[in-house]
Design a protein around this ligand. Structure first.
Ligand SMILES: [Zn+2]
Length: 379
């Protein structure tokens, strides 16, 4: 059996494999090389590996050690965001050490966590697990979250607990808001402006729709207060609007894009239904055709109401759990009935930008924490 490379050597290889996910097909690349490298290392440690196709060129890796119910998932996405070559002081695909930091695209967000998790397992050398340990590598977290969506739909992995090693400075994260982005398209009837009654103004209807959205926003703000967030209620932002073409024509088409960031406990589909009910009223009042379509599939909000894993992470790190502003795959794993905590080395503040890095001391600290998590929940 080949010896497992050091975590820095593994991270060097993982960073060298481009695995960019982007809605722009010119930038998007496969994550297969990252998945294959992880699978090779995991198999050398005795994991049973399943390479699960998500879409052409995109795969999840499900690597399982041990059998039975319960257990712990250590999860990381295998993709990165696109990069801006001019801003980097070194090649983003060559892991480069400067000032006790490992620089490279995906070093902290979040290939580092996967290399550290493998090394933690190898140092424990677990022969007999009481409960299974599952290493999960996902596809397309940075774009569509299709990897995590596919897992939630397929109904696995099943375990008691899951830690997602996103860069949180090793502070346990218990909640984040969700993200919906929606378009409202209104079609009316054009007419000469001198006799507006011959037409149906999409702009006038949109004026009413915006009024409804303002009312809805105020209701959410009053009824859905969550003091755990710095902005302690759901936000609804009217982001852009397009409509009409001439002052002497009744406007026949108008479109509005908005985003809505729900607090934990608010189901995206229920929010959409509430908005649709308001839109239906305006359609009836105005005679305009009003349709809402999602601009992308929603990321649901995530909230861990408190549990054994959250307590353990707080105890191991000495940090009280926090909420964050960015979305993760946590709601999809939580939908599989696992208690989920988001916690990993490095900082989100240096992710998604040139010279992204993983601090070596925090990486080493996280290895100790991963070992203790495995010890407590699997051994
Ligand atoms: Zn990430």
């Amino acid at each position: 059996m080949a010896a497992l490379p050091s975590w820095i050597d593994m991270l060097t290889e993982l960073v060298s494999h481009r695995s960019i996910s982007s809605a722009n097909p010119d930038l998007d690349t496969s994550n297969e090389a990252v998945i294959d490298a992880l699978a090779t290392w995991a198999e050398s440690l005795g994991f049973r590996c399943q390479k699960l196709p998500v879409s052409p060129g995109k795969f999840n890796l499900l690597a399982t050690l041990g059998e039975g119910a319960g257990g712990l998932v250590l999860s990381g996405h295998t993709d990165t965001v696109p990069f801006d070559a001019d801003g980097w002081d070194s090649d983003p695909f060559v892991l480069t050490q400067r000032d006790n930091r490992l620089h490279g695209l995906g070093s902290t967000d979040m290939k580092g966590f996967l290399a550290l998790a493998l090394t933690a397992v190898s140092e424990l050398n677990p022969k007999h697990l009481r409960e299974p340990l599952i290493l999960l590598g996902t596809a397309d977290e940075e774009s569509s979250m299709d990897g995590a969506r596919a897992l939630a739909q397929a109904g696995y992995p099943r375990a008691r607990f899951a830690v997602i090693g996103e860069p949180t400075g090793l502070v346990p994260v218990r909640a984040h808001k969700g993200i919906l982005m929606e378009r409202i398209q209104i079609n009316g009837q054009s007419a000469h402006s001198s006799n507006p009654d011959l037409g149906v103004s999409a702009l006038d209807a949109m004026h009413r729709v915006i009024g409804e959205l303002h009312d809805y926003r105020n209701e959410l703000k009053a009824d859905q207060v969550d003091p755990g967030f710095s902005v302690p209620w759901p936000t609804l932002n009217l982001g852009c609007i397009h409509g009409g073409d001439a002052p002497n024509r009744v406007c026949s088409d108008c479109a509005l894009d908005f985003d809505l960031r729900p607090t934990p406990g608010l189901d995206p589909d229920r929010l959409r239904a509430q908005i649709d009910a308001r839109l239906a009223q305006v359609a009836e009042q105005t005679g305009a055709d009003i349709r809402r379509t999602p601009l992308f599939e929603a990321v649901p909000p995530f909230g861990n109401p408190g549990g054994a894993l959250l307590d353990h992470c707080a105890e191991l790190t000495g940090h009280a759990p926090i909420t964050v502003g960015f979305g993760t795959e946590a709601p999809f794993l939580a939908a599989l009935d696992m208690e989920v905590v988001v916690m990993g080395p490095g900082s989100i503040d240096v992710a998604h930008q040139p010279n992204e890095y993983l601090p070596i001391d925090q990486a080493q600290q996280s290895m100790g924490i991963i070992k203790q998590l495995i010890q407590k929940h699997c051994l």
